[in-house]
Design a protein around this ligand. Structure first.
Ligand SMILES: [Cu+2]
Length: 141
């Protein structure tokens, strides 16, 4: 009886998709470094969440730091934030945005949220005096 009930419950859950209910799997090949070079190598970019480790299902902020190849802080940049779960084909549940440029190459991004566990990517599109570039961070949550 009990096992039948479990089966009857498990089938619809599986049909609804592991995504919303159970989250996704971590990606063992992910580079989860919080400091990375941008795609074209123009900038060294790092992030620091205001909650560690990066939480699931909780709104939080990141401080992003931009440096040029010589290690000098990059101010005056415009940073657009995008991301999602490649394995699930969905984006971020929020639209994070830079709230404040602190100077010294640091930018506070509000609205970060990962609404399930699994493999996530966060893409930053950087528009700065030294040229445009992008960087991808990978997270296993
Ligand atoms: Cu998902």
């Amino acid at each position: 009886m009990t096992s039948l009930r479990i089966v009857l419950l498990a089938v619809p859950l599986a049909l609804l998709g592991g995504c919303m209910l159970m989250g996704g799997r971590p990606n063992p090949n992910a580079n989860t470094s919080t400091t990375r070079f941008s795609e074209s190598g123009r900038y060294e970019v790092s992030y620091r969440p205001d909650v560690t480790p990066v939480p699931r299902r909780a709104l939080h902020s990141w401080t992003v730091e931009l440096r040029d190849r010589a290690g000098r802080p990059v101010d005056g940049a415009t940073i657009r934030v995008d991301g999602g779960m490649p394995d699930h084909g969905h984006g971020l549940p929020t639209q994070p945005a830079v709230r404040e440029a602190l100077g010294g190459g640091a930018y506070v991004v509000d609205g970060m949220k990962f609404n399930m566990g699994g493999y996530w990517v966060v893409d930053l599109a950087i528009d700065a005096p030294g040229g445009d570039d992008t960087v991808r961070f990978e997270l296993n949550l």
